[in-house]
Unconditional design. Structure first.
Length: 349
């Protein structure tokens, strides 16, 4: 076999590489490209500008909210806006005090340390973080028993940006040390999601019909990450499936229409309001087996063969937001809207 590569294969590899790079560019790199969360953006801009004018580094910041709303993206934008290097880690990755000490001592002056899922940080490690955030020092205990002694190391000035989906699990002492602010990211409106999809479609070199764009937006659960996921799957469906291949072309780009988009989302088992198989199964069991409730969380978890945390954190929030579910003192109750959406007859009483 010849050691030389086929030029055609090389060309295909290059095209494939460019395509992968293209998919990773959906994350905004400028403030103007970051759609939504106006209140947070305005506060962050003032914080950064004021710190820059004083010649200081920005204060520590905490972002919290459901996954997929842009917490990590905001951290990247802050690093880009300030021209600082950002070191990225996560709460579960920092297992020992030595891990955190290694990260902090390797920071350069003005660097940004981003810790994702900070609520999963070991409590012993968390206590070492307090003086590092507040006084810029690292207290290390050497030895054990009567011979133990404390060494204090000065750290370069740095900014800690943290993100979490479970802010209640962060201790009050740690939360209070985010002097730059604690910001909650809210769900996006359909109009904001539509703008995000429109921007993403341009980056992915896709022509998306207006009706197709609206279809993705209304099923995206008010979350940009989900919207981008649906957009990519609609693109894949249009590219591969016989139904999608019948769609017309224009200027070398495939035009994705509403029919193709609906077919792609139906294949993912996502209905017209964004409910997936797990969401519908939850409501169907609640209505059919328990007459709409009230039902306790443990009972629902057993009936669905799911963990209680999965129901509380993954399934229920979106159902509550749409008004399909109520949480009462006696348990979960399906609303009239849930009956109507799934086509069940609402019994009197």
């Amino acid at each position: 076999m010849s050691s030389k590569q086929d030029p055609k294969n090389v060309e295909k590899a290059i095209e494939k590489t460019e395509y992968v790079v293209l998919d990773t560019t959906l994350r905004p790199t400028r403030w103007d490209d970051y759609i939504g969360q106006k209140h947070i953006k305005d506060n962050i801009k003032i914080l950064l500008q004021a710190a820059s004018e004083r010649g200081h580094i920005p204060e520590h910041i905490l972002f919290y909210g459901p996954p997929g709303l842009g917490k990590t993206t905001l951290a990247h934008l802050i690093a880009k806006e300030t021209g600082r290097q950002m070191k990225i880690t996560s709460g579960p990755a920092i297992e020992k005090v030595g891990d955190l000490a290694s990260i902090l001592t390797n920071l350069a002056a003005g660097d940004i340390l981003f810790i994702d899922e900070i609520h999963r940080l070991n409590k012993i490690v968390e206590e070492i973080l307090y003086p590092a955030m507040e006084s810029g020092v690292l207290d290390i205990i050497i030895g054990k028993g009567p011979s133990a002694r404390t060494i204090q190391l000065d750290l370069p000035p740095f900014t800690l940006i943290a993100a979490t989906t479970r802010v209640a699990m962060i201790s009050s002492p740690l939360r209070s040390r985010f002097s730059g602010g604690v910001f909650r990211l809210e769900f996006y409106s359909n109009e904001e999601i539509a703008k995000i999809i429109e921007r993403s479609s341009k980056l992915l070199d896709i022509i998306l019909e207006e009706e197709a764009l609206k279809e993705i937006a209304k099923r995206s659960r008010f979350t940009p990450r989900t919207a981008n996921y649906f957009l990519k799957r609609a693109r894949d469906f249009a590219q591969v499936s016989p139904e999608g291949k019948q769609v017309s072309y224009g200027a070398g780009k495939k035009i994705i229409d509403k029919k193709t988009t609906v077919a792609a989302l139906n294949m993912l088992a996502v209905d017209e309001i964004g409910l997936n198989t797990s969401d519908r199964k939850f409501l169907e069991i609640l209505i059919e087996k328990f007459s709409g409730g009230p039902v306790g969380l443990k009972t629902m978890a057993a009936a669905l063969s799911e963990e209680e945390a999965t129901l509380e954190e993954v399934i229920e929030p979106y159902l509550l937001q749409l008004g399909l579910l109520e949480r009462t003192a006696r348990g979960r109750v399906a609303t009239k809207k849930a009956y109507e959406h799934l086509g069940f007859e609402l019994k009197k009483g």
